[in-house]
Design a binder for this molecule. Sequence first.
Ligand SMILES: [Ca+2]
Ligand SMILES: [Ca+2]
Ligand SMILES: [Ca+2]
Length: 254
Amino acid sequence: MKMDNKVSGMVYGLVIVLLVVNLVGIVSGLDMDIEPNSSIGQAQSIDVGSYNGTLKITSSSDTTDWYKINVNGYEVLFVNFTNAPIGSDMALTTNYGTSKISVTDVTSANLAYAFSSSVPYAGIKITSNNAGGYNFTVEKMPQNDGESGSDASTAYTSSAPLVTSGFHSGYLCGDDGTDWYRINVPKNKFIYVNVTPNSNMRVDVVLKLYSSMDNQDSDTGVGLGDEVGVCDFTQDAQEYGLGITLQEGFGAYN
Ligand SMILES: [Ca+2]
Ligand SMILES: [Ca+2]
Ligand SMILES: [Ca+2]
């Protein structure tokens, strides 16, 4: 960390604020459990909404139900199973059925995942050896990292969102492991970045100088309430890159 006391008080700050995710309640479930649906190839296409299904009702072989939903690159998919037969396993998968996030032996689960742009649609899987009904709600949230209208870049390139002094928010989840921003800092200014992740996540933060791509300051394992920041002082106008990498959990950071 480089600081210069001669110009203290000339602070060029970037702070990012909490993104409020409003998971809108959806009315009454739709039954899209159309058998056979025991593989992703047989999955019914669904969209956001609320759904009902059953396991081991149509036949003793009905131990698994699959659904699929289109996802745009790094759009965050939320699937909330509010009830299910005892001992159910749930998963969100790629279009090839590869599990990305899963839970086992539960009767409810709240799953979230952001799939990379190489995944055209996601799979939703529920399986149990016990009979019974289940309900789940599906929501999708496009990202708006740094008010860019989409996900911030996974690498420090010229396409990373340019942000100015002030409050900004971003989101990290699943395949979306890193967000990069660009910040232009005028000469003789401090750049100070305070990053606060959501309560269930930890992130690593790095500040790079574009001209050299050298790390100027960094912090790892940043959690809620850590009150950490990265800063630097620039004698010339400089472009900086700010990289925020998910270490664990998922959610909004500010
Ligand atoms: Ca079924
Ligand atoms: Ca089935
Ligand atoms: Ca992001």
